[in-house]
Design a protein around this ligand. Structure first.
Ligand code: BG6
Length: 523
């Protein structure tokens, strides 16, 4: 493939990309592959450079080899031949940098100027901080002290989660960043917002006469969001034991998914109008006011040893860098309300956990049953209609409704229509990081979280975290490989609902069996 001749239609602006944390896991697994995919798709053009930055000394050649290895392993495109690869690799430089050293940033500024000239980037600079958040403030200030924010072109700062540990640390972090960058220059990543099917929620909702009129408390009984993971904490015990599932997944990915489901249609399709609507949802979240309310609405658990995919796995407390008496939750489920006119009375049940039986992210919208005084419901125990957004591992939309049982004159059974996104568009759809990096390079902040969203999300989560801190006696243990504590099923059962099974339960069309035993072993 001759990349030099790629069209640059819809391409990102020309720019230098500064990747802080370039020797880390995120850069290797996600960022370099994202940059290469953008290049191969002609979204990057030729006027770009990438500067890898980390403390570790690497030569430029070693760094280029690291990038190549990461692309070979993790990218959906592979280099066609050496010539093509070398043309791409030419855009990569490396500099060993201690982020507290101002002279280091002065030197980086000189390198940036050379690259601006060599690649004709117009002075545009994108700073990607794939670093622990305690370094965000110092990097931001030293970018300024080193002169990197002066001169022509735009400046954008892309930062990773976690954005703080609670509201007060997030406020402190934000004010440090805002001393140097304006809010519109800050792109806070929530990689769930880059996922194809999360972005598709708005389209499915607002572009379909099937759904839009029904999208409210008159027709929807409840919404269920599951973010299940089979992995344990792996090598992140140090971070995770302090964070836990609520901060790691709840404050960001889960609340963001609620906003996508619950927001009003924006008045215009621009980032600020869309994010204004998401903010309104977060503002409407009902806060739990007491420890009792938290107990009644939120269940937390920690995995004990168990079996997953036929293999024995250790319990959380046996994991590396985890305290042997840790009370950190690796699972939580909650009943959340969005107190506005559209959603009043509709529970949003959310759950996430490590070491669950399936890696799966799904949103299930359960519709109210048809009126129960008509002959059909007198004669039959009708199942509700479901609309399911399958975010991963499969991407698609699934609809379940009632139909006549084939061949039987009487029976009514749930039937399914399953749209697998991958079969419609091919399996090579861009990954979340690719989409988000591309958006940041074009200055489209729609799928990045604005400060007021972050702030409201923390103020919701802090109420739970505070109650949990006061008394840890409600944490339950669940066997690795199970669907979490039994109490999470009771959370729905007391409202007359049940968790709908996720992942792989509804292959094909026609009659399907959906069972859900309330014993932590979903059917
Ligand atoms: C990250 C969390 O934000 O999301 C991890 O820190 C989690 O703990 C990951 O494993 C899950 O992301 P994905 O895209 O694999 O569902």
């Amino acid at each position: 493939m001759n990349t030099a001749n790629h069209t640059t239609l819809n391409s990102s602006d020309r720019a230098v990309y500064f990747i802080f944390g370039a020797t880390g896991d995120l850069a290797q697994r996600k960022l370099f592959p994202a940059i290469y995919s953008m290049y191969r798709e002609g979204k990057l053009g030729q006027n770009f450079a990438v500067v890898g930055l980390a403390r570790r000394p690497r030569t430029r050649e070693q760094f280029r080899e690291d990038v190549q290895a990461s692309i070979e392993e993790f990218c959906r495109f592979k280099p066609d031949n050496n010539e093509e690869w070398n043309a791409f690799a030419e855009h990569f430089e490396y500099m060993s940098l201690d982020v507290s050293s101002v002279p280091g940033f002065v030197e980086l500024c000189k390198l940036a100027e050379q690259l601006d000239e060599r690649f004709e980037t117009g002075g545009n600079r994108l700073f990607y901080l794939a670093l622990a958040p305690e370094h965000f403030g110092i990097v931001a200030h030293n970018l300024k002290n080193g002169g990197l924010l002066e001169g022509d072109g735009w400046r954008r700062l892309v930062i990773e989660k976690p954005f703080g540990y609670d509201l007060s640390s997030a406020e402190k972090l934000n004010s440090e960043l805002c001393e140097v960058f304006k809010e519109e220059q800050i792109y806070r990543i929530d990689h769930y917002l880059g996922k194809e099917m999360v972005q598709n929620i708005g389209i499915i909702r607002f572009a379909n006469a099937f759904f839009e009129p029904l999208w409210n408390n008159k027709h929807i009984a409840n919404v269920q969001i599951t973010l299940g993971e089979t992995v344990g904490v792996e090598d992140r015990g140090g971070y995770y034991d302090r964070s836990g599932a609520l901060r790691d997944m709840g404050q960001n990915h889960m609340l963001q998914m609620i906003t996508m489901i619950a927001m009003e249609p924006p008045s215009r399709l621009n980032p600020e109008d869309i994010r204004d609507e998401k903010v309104k949802v977060l503002r409407s979240l009902r806060k739990y006011r007491s420890t009792e309310e938290v107990r009644g609405h939120v269940v937390r658990g920690q995995y004990a040893e168990g079996t997953l995919n036929g293999k024995p796995v250790p319990g959380y407390r046996e994991e590396d860098k985890v305290a042997p008496d840790s009370t950190t939750e690796t699972y939580f489920a909650a009943k959340v309300f969005v107190d506005n006119f559209r959603w009043a009375g509709v529970p949003f049940y959310i759950r996430t956990g490590k070491r669950l039986p399936a890696k799966a992210t799904e949103v299930v919208v359960e519709f109210k049953k048809v009126p129960d005084n008509v002959y059909l419901t007198e004669k039959h125990d009708l199942e509700p209609n479901l609309l399911v957004f399958r975010v991963q591992p499969m991407e698609g939309v699934y609809i379940r409704f009632n139909g006549k049982s084939t061949g039987s004159s009487e029976g009514i059974v749930p039937v399914a229509m399953d749209f697998a996104h991958s079969s419609g568009v091919g399996i090579n759809t861009p990954e979340a990081y690719e989409r988000l990096l591309y958006d940041a390079a074009r200055g489209d902040s729609t799928y990045f979280t604005r400060w007021d969203e972050v702030k409201l999300a923390w103020s919701f989560v802090d109420k739970i975290a505070e109650a949990w801190k006061e008394d840890t006696s409600d944490i339950r243990s669940y066997a690795a490989g199970s669907w979490g504590p039994v109490a999470s099923h009771e959370l729905l059962a007391k409202d007359g609902f049940k968790w709908w099974p996720v992942n792989g339960q509804r292959e094909g069309e026609g009659e399907i069996r959906l069972t859900n035993r309330v014993d932590g072993q979903e059917g």
